[in-house]
Design a protein around this ligand. Sequence first.
Ligand SMILES: [Cu+2]
Length: 117
Amino acid sequence: MNSSRLLLLLVTFLSGAVGHAEPSCTCECAAAAKPVAATSEKAPARHPLRGVVVEVLADKSALLVKHEAIPGVMKAMTMLLKVDAAGLSAVSKGSPITGLLVKRADGWWLDAVQLAK
Ligand SMILES: [Cu+2]
């Protein structure tokens, strides 16, 4: 009776100590992890792409790109990719480029377009 009561006190003390240490860790982890989790849930997958600009189609805000194979996504091909204004002005016909291929509701986009080095 005496020893089990001592054990109970010990367990209570230990769980109290753990309970005190854990919340601050949980808070930090939750704060750090939440935005990442939310982003990965919402944002579509971005696949690194390497290719060459075949044509700049400014009127369509798009580039005709001959790109290398993207394993698990698509084989090597020449295709039209929508780009933002920055992407459009960063390249010209014949430019070797890299970017991030993203599938959106309105089709395939190339984000973060850069001249390949
Ligand atoms: Cu393609």
